[in-house]
Design a protein around this ligand. Structure first.
Ligand SMILES: Nc1nc2c(ncn2[C@@H]2O[C@H](COP(=O)(O)OP(=O)(O)OP(=O)(O)O)[C@@H](O)[C@H]2O)c(=O)[nH]1
Ligand SMILES: [Zn+2]
Length: 376
């Protein structure tokens, strides 16, 4: 439709002041501009609410439609349509409807899959706040918090740690210590204790999620669905306790879901993650351990590995009791893991490129032979 003459002089029509029907879902001028070329093709904008088996629910200005993602299923798993994506779908009347394009993402939360053939798995797109839910009902695992935060920073969203089930911590002093422990592992991140039982902290959380899109991340049982229900003011998500009777210990939440909140803002609930492998998260790791990276700038050698080097500012901080040794170990571990996964992916990518190149070359040779045959 490029170059099609405009039949209506749109520039002279008075601008409508009614809010865009997708505004509650986060539609703004930026998305409008990104979508403009697709509007010219008669496509309809929408945001993906959930995806299952190649189909997705997309909220459009005319309501929620079911659309097939067949046209945008690429070989690259990072480009698979996911909850939170802004897409262009076929207009009304087309059946089935297809997602034609995914608008470039502003942020994306990606982890590596636990499968043998590890690849990036995208969990949520276009998120402003990455909320890591950590249960206070079990012992704090600071390493796991750091791992979640590395991916959260890497996504481009602002992380926030929510310490759930605060009502289970018997005294206020104990709670203050736990908050402090997490704060020291999360520079630049707000750490908020909440309880769905007493309602403590929920108003603060509600004020954060009012603005933009938030995703709730965390291990199974961390209390994500309970928080979602509390923020929504209604029971949309099934909570484990109500289903535990089947005794299978299944995860309650199986799909990611996007909701608009009554006070404004958008929330994406994710299924409990047994583990999150790092995925291309070097800068995310750097942000989680920003105090170590700052110290490292004062090491004598600029490529200091902080092992035994003379003049190492990081080791000096550990010796002085200013930097917990656990934290340095964790930093090293996450960096190593990230390097390992990157190297493995690169090797696989190289192999794939080589295969593709061979195939093309073979095709090229066949085509050249046909050509020669014709000319002889
Ligand atoms: N005491 C207490 N229990 C809570 C609180 N929030 C959640 N729980 C309980 O913790 C359990 C797990 O809560 P869910 O909300 O299902 O956890 P989830 O993170 O959504 O779990 P998945 O769906 O498996 O990812 C349930 O039995 C909840 O009732 C809280 O603030 N205090
Ligand atoms: Zn050093």
């Amino acid at each position: 439709m490029k170059g099609f003459p405009l039949t209506s002089p749109s520039h002279s029509t008075p601008l409508s002041t009614a809010p865009h029907p997708l505004a509650p879902y986060g539609w703004d001028e930026g998305w409008e501009a990104a979508f403009a070329p697709h509007a010219g093709q008669g496509l309809v904008p929408g945001r993906v609410l959930r995806v299952d088996r190649g189909l997705c629910d997309v909220v459009t200005p005319a309501g929620v439609v079911r659309a097939d993602t067949e046209f945008v299923v690429p070989r690259d798993p990072m480009k698979v349509v996911c909850t939170g994506d802004w897409v262009a779908v076929d207009p009304e009347g087309a059946s089935p409807r297809y997602v034609r394009t995914v608008l470039p993402r502003r942020t994306a939360f990606v982890r590596s899959t636990s499968s043998k053939r590890s690849e990036g798995q995208i969990l949520a797109a276009n998120v402003d706040h990455a909320i890591v839910a950590v249960s206070l009902a079990v012992d704090l695992d600071l390493g796991r918090v750091e791992r979640f935060l590395a991916l959260a920073w890497e996504s481009g969203a602002q992380p926030l740690v929510v310490l759930t089930k605060a009502d289970l911590v018997p005294d206020a002093t104990g709670l203050a210590y736990l908050v402090q422990d997490v704060e020291t592992t999360a520079p630049g991140v707000q750490v908020l204790p909440v309880s769905a039982v007493t309602g403590d902290g929920l108003d603060v959380l509600a004020a954060v999620v009012r603005d933009g899109t938030s995703v709730l991340l965390g291990q199974s049982g961390a209390g994500k669905s309970t928080l979602t229900n509390a923020l929504l003011g209604e029971d949309v998500m099934a909570v484990r306790a109500t289903r535990d009777t089947d005794g299978k210990g299944r995860h309650t939440t199986t799909t990611r879901n996007l909701f608009t909140l009554p006070g404004g803002g958008v929330l994406i609930d994710t299924p409990g993650l047994r583990g999150v492998g790092l995925w291309d998260a070097e800068s995310g790791v750097g942000q989680v351990f920003s105090e170590i990276e700052e110290l490292a700038e004062r090491c004598r050698f600029h490529d200091c590995a902080h092992h035994r080097e003379p003049g190492c500012a990081v080791l000096a901080a550990v010796d002085a009791g200013e930097l917990p040794e656990r934290r340095l170990e964790s930093y090293r571990k996450l960096l190593r893991e990230n390097q390992w996964i990157t190297a493995r992916t690169d090797a696989r990518l190289r192999a794939e490129i080589r295969r593709e190149w061979k195939r093309k070359n073979a095709e090229g040779r066949a085509a050249a032979e046909i050509k020669r045959g014709r000319w002889r």
